[in-house]
Write a protein that binds this ligand. Structure first.
Ligand SMILES: *Cc1c(COP(=O)(O)O)cnc(C)c1O
Length: 224
């Protein structure tokens, strides 16, 4: 086993453990290893340390790496911007969870293609909780409404919750506020079957968990 990755993973797990216990004994957090910076070789090494879920942000990279690693049972997540002309390719790759659906319009398009292929897809609605121009996702004030519309209209999509990227700021309070906004929306959707509140990355996952996240996406800290 790779000692460096084993250590990184151990450190992340113990930080998560402390943060989740401060929320509740029953609060379970899932780790998605974001592998967009590394090749299949590094992913395999981290898999051998016990990590099963990995996330990619480009359909092309997901295709290459999932093929190279098809001998091991990796749970693949898609976390990037999905262009319309890549929807069919993503569906064919059968990811475990598409986390970055940025609009009702994109959900409709995905659902249309899923129906043609007679397939289903697990999906999260991405929320632009800090209303940043450079970020994708639905605005917080529209999130609940759009979520419910996707749920009602798109019968080949299994809508499982929300995803968000913390505010880009040096100020911890501003980051915290963006996580609280997302968690608030998630709570309203729990009775509609939402299971995942995916938020937190290498430099803010502890804070995200304290704000209620139950899925963290960690790249640089894991693969450093
Ligand atoms: C790159 C990326 C991450 C991981 O970022 P790190 O800071 O390297 O942990 C998480 N989520 C999304 C959507 C990303 O694009």
């Amino acid at each position: 086993m790779n000692r460096k990755y084993e250590k990184n993973l151990d450190k992340i797990i113990s930080t998560i453990e402390k943060a989740r216990i401060s929320v509740s004994e029953h609060h379970i957090v899932k780790i998605v290893g974001v592998s967009k910076y590394v090749s299949s070789k590094e992913i395999r090494a981290v898999f051998e340390c016990g990590q099963r879920a990995f996330g990619e942000n480009k359909v092309q990279d997901l295709e290459i790496k999932s093929k190279e690693l098809n001998d091991i049972p990796i749970e693949w997540h898609f976390i990037g911007r999905l262009q319309k002309n890549k929807i069919n390719k993503l569906i064919d790759l059968k990811p475990h969870l598409m986390q970055s659906c940025e609009s009702l319009e994109l959900a409709r398009e995905i659902d249309k293609r899923l129906k043609i292929k007679n397939q289903k897809m697990n999906l999260l609605l991405q929320i632009n909780s800090a209303k940043e121009e450079q970020k994708n996702g639905v605005l917080p004030e529209k999130a609940v409404e759009e979520y419910l519309e996707i749920k009602e209209e798109c019968s080949n999509i299994n809508l499982l919750g929300v995803m968000s990227i913390g505010a880009m700021s040096e100020d911890k309070k501003i980051i915290q506020k963006s996580f609280e906004t997302t968690y608030n929306i998630y709570q309203k959707l729990e009775r509609e079957g939402a299971k995942y509140c995916s938020m937190g990355m290498s430099f803010d996952y502890e804070l995200a968990i304290k704000c209620g996240s139950n899925m963290v996406r960690i790249g640089s800290l894991l693969f450093q």
